[in-house]
Ligand binder design. Structure first.
Ligand code: MRU
Length: 367
C-alpha cells in the first residue's frame, strides 16, 4: 500500500489525519496557511519532513487564496483572476501573515523553517510578477519539495540498508516513516529499502509515550508493508537489549546541530545511552534539510513543550492523579558522541562532528 501522507487534490491540500490512525484512515482538506498551521500544531500532520512539505503547501495555498478572484477550477489548475488595482499591498501583507502563522506552528523540526525559507526565496525571485504568477510558481515549488522528499528518502534508504545485516532486528523510536515524510520514510525508509534489497529485517517499535507514534503509526505502517514488527513499551528497550534481542537502532530526527547533536522524539536519548551500554550501533536517518548549521550544539535547539493533557492520559481518558504537576517536553537531544552514524542522502557520516557536517554540505550532489 502506497501511503500518501499529503496530496494535492482539486486545488486543495489533503492530509491524512494522523491523530485518529490506526482506528480510522481519513483525509482532511486545507485551503489556507492558517488552517495548515493548525493541522501542524494539532498533529494532523507530524514528523519533520512532512511538516516542511505541509508548510510549503500552506504558503502556496495562501498565495492562491490571496491572488484569487474567480476561485479554483475543478480540474485542480489555478483559475485565478487578479484584482486590477491596489491588491498588491494586501497580497504582500497576507503572505507575510501566512509565513508568520506557519513558522509559529511548532518549534523543533527545522524542516519547517527550511521549507519556509525556500518558499520565501521563490516568492522574492518572482515578487515583481502578478499574484497569479507568484501563486503558480509557489505551488510548483511545493510540488517539487514534495517530490524531492520522496527521492531523498529513497536515496537515504539505499545507504542505510547497506548498514543492516540480513536478519537484523532493528529497534526504532517514534515514527520516522512514510507518515512522517512525503513518502517512503527516513528510518522506516531504511527498513523498506533493506527489505526491497532482499534482506530479512524485523522491527521493534517503541510505543513512544505520550502520543504513541510507535504503537499507532510505526506499527501500522510496518503491518501494511508486511515487515515483521514487535511492539514494546518504552521502558522495555533496556530489557530487550540486555537479552540480545536488538542488533541495531535506527531513528529519525527533527534537527541536527552543527556539531552532530541530534534532537528527536522524547525518549530517543534514553535509547541511545542504552545502545552504547550494550554495544549496539545507533543510526540516525537524516536528510540534509534536517541539519541546522546555524545551531552550534544541541543545547540551543528549541524543545517544544506540549500540553500536559497528553501525559495525563490519552484522548478523553485521564489516569493521572488530579492535582499532580506534569511536564511534557516533546523532544530530547542525543549528544553526537552516542551516534554511530548519520544516514543522509549523500551517504553515511560515521561519528558525526562539526568538520564532517561542514564537509557534507560542501560535497556536490543532489536528489
Ligand atoms: O512530534 P512528532 O511526531 O512530529 O515527532 C516526530 C519525530 O520525532 C520523528 O522521529 C522525526 O520528526 C523524524 S521524522 C522522519
Amino acid at each position: 500500500m502506497k501511503i500518501e501522507t499529503l496530496r494535492w487534490f482539486n486545488g486543495r491540500l489533503e492530509m491524512i489525519d494522523q491523530r485518529v490512525l490506526p482506528a480510522a484512515f481519513e483525509y482532511l482538506s486545507y485551503y489556507t496557511a492558517a488552517s495548515v498551521a493548525e493541522g501542524i500544531r494539532s498533529m494532523v500532520v507530524r514528523g519533520a519532513p512532512a511538516i516542511g512539505v505541509a508548510a510549503a503547501y500552506g504558503v502556496a495555498l495562501e498565495a492562491i487564496r490571496l491572488a484569487r478572484h474567480g476561485g479554483i477550477s475543478d480540474s485542480g489548475g489555478l483559475d485565478v483572476r487578479l484584482r486590477e488595482n491596489d491588491g498588491r499591498a494586501d497580497f504582500n501583507t497576507g503572505m507575510e501573515e501566512g509565513f508568520r502563522v506557519l513558522a509559529a506552528s511548532r518549534p523543533t523540526a527545522v524542516n519547517l523553517f527550511w521549507a519556509l525559507q525556500r518558499m520565501r526565496r521563490v516568492w522574492e525571485s518572482v515578487a515583481a510578477q502578478s499574484p497569479e504568477t507568484i501563486a503558480e510558481r509557489l505551488l510548483a515549488e511545493a510540488h517539487e519539495i514534495h517530490a524531492e522528499d520522496i527521492r531523498i528518502n529513497q536515496a537515504m534508504g539505499a545507504f542505510g540498508a547497506e548498514l543492516l545485516p540480513d536478519g537484523a532486528r532493528v529497534l526504532t523510536h517514534c515514527n520516522a516513516g512514510a507518515l512522517a515524510t512525503a513518502g517512503w520514510g527516513t528510518a522506516l525508509g531504511v527498513f523498506r529499502s533493506a527489505v526491497a534489497a532482499g534482506k530479512k529485517i524485523s522491527v521493534i517499535a517503541d510505543e513512544t509515550r505520550p502520543f504513541l507514534q510507535g504503537a499507532r503509526l510505526t506499527a501500522w505502517e510496518m503491518v501494511q508493508e508486511n515487515i515483521p514488527v514487535t511492539l514494546i513499551t518504552d521502558n522495555m528497550a533496556g530489557y530487550m537489549m540486555a537479552h540480545g534481542a536488538v542488533d541495531a537502532v535506527v531513528v529519525g530526527t527533527d534537527r541536527v546541530a552543527a556539531n552532530g547533536d541530534v534532537a528527536n522524539k522524547i525518549g530517543t536519548y534514553m535509547v541511545a545511552v542504552l545502545a552504547r551500554r550494550h554495544n549496539i550501533p545507533f543510526y540516525v536517518a537524516c536528510p540534509l534539510s534536517t541539519i541546522d548549521l546555524n545551531i552550534a550544539s544541541g543545547k540551543d535547539i528549541p524543545i517544544e513543550e506540549r500540553s500536559v493533557d497528553e501525559v495525563k492520559g490519552f484522548r478523553d481518558t485521564h489516569w493521572a492523579a488530579e492535582g499532580v504537576q506534569i511536564r511534557n517536553p516533546s523532544f530530547d537531544v542525543t549528544p553526537a558522541e552516542l551516534v554511530t552514524g548519520l544516514i543522509t542522502e549523500r551517504g553515511v557520516v560515521l561519528s558525526p562532528d562539526a568538520a564532517k557536517l561542514r564537509a557534507l554540505f560542501s560535497q556536490a550532489g543532489s536528489c
